[in-house]
Design a protein. Sequence first.
Length: 362
Amino acid sequence: MKKLTYLASAVAAGFSANAVADVSVSGSGSAAYVNDVTGDGNLAIGSSVDFGLSTTTANGITISTGLSMTVDADTDAAAAVGGGQSLTFATGGATIVVGDIEIADTPGSVAGVVSGATGDVAGFDEDVAEGFDDDDGLGVSLSTTAAGASINVSYIFDDDNDSLVNTTDADAAASAFGVSVPLGNMTVAAGIADSDSGESSSGASVSAALGGGTVKIGYSTQTMIIDPSADATTGFTTTFDSNVSGHSANTANSVAGTLLAGTEVTSVAVVGTESAQDASSAGDTTVWSAAYSLALDADTSFATSYKNAKDADGDSYNRFEVSISRSLGGGASVYIDMANLNGDVDGDTDGTAFGFGTSVAF
């Protein structure tokens, strides 16, 4: 990263002898093999180049933004451009982000330790409704500390927009509040979130040192509002003539009810799909989760997590994950992951998946 940073800074300085802005370039790369839940082997490659821009005003406010070019490991596609839709202001221990933000809509959830490639390519598809239908959009967030506690407040004006929103007429707002407080050798965190859709959530977690590592336990409850028409069905249309060949109009009428002979009848068949919403009943989803991490030596770490979720339909699942990673120095590391899912799922997407690979920070 240092060589790239020096080069970018030199280019920026070349435009003006009085340039005060900092330009940095960093990146990441990954190569993974994932044996998914169906038993298929997958090779997944991902990378990103991240451009950071920042400056400090005369009164000490640091303003920053960034852009990125990313190739996701879970899709076969060219690089996509992202970022550039927010500005960050930092001063006096407070950080304010204005623009595209994401609220914490599952407070208290602490599970998830496998790499992004393993998690995304594993092929799991739980049939349990969790999280808001939309938790990001154009808004503002504040992160600060007070009396030893870490506090985050965020508000989205409209979750349908990321860089331009009419705040006067916006009608899809969402908000969240979270606080983390150290209590002796423990840290307690709690949060709430709410959306104009009617969805809401609350949760809490506690973390503490245990056996040379760190254990976390969390609980979350999420009130889900189900829209049966949203991504729930696929339809096809069938049209036939009620004046069936070889039959009289009276016969046709007896087949088609009160329809007159010669009338075209159109029917729309509605079929549920695996991409449908994961619940048919509005209500509460409860999530219990736990995680444990441990440094085996200076370069090797172990992490595991467990999660149980149950929604208003009575559907539930359990997910167990384990990951071991080792640093190779120079920003490179290798890892091996295992994840198991059992319970209510869409299709044949429960079972065990594992993956291994390398990740590099440039």
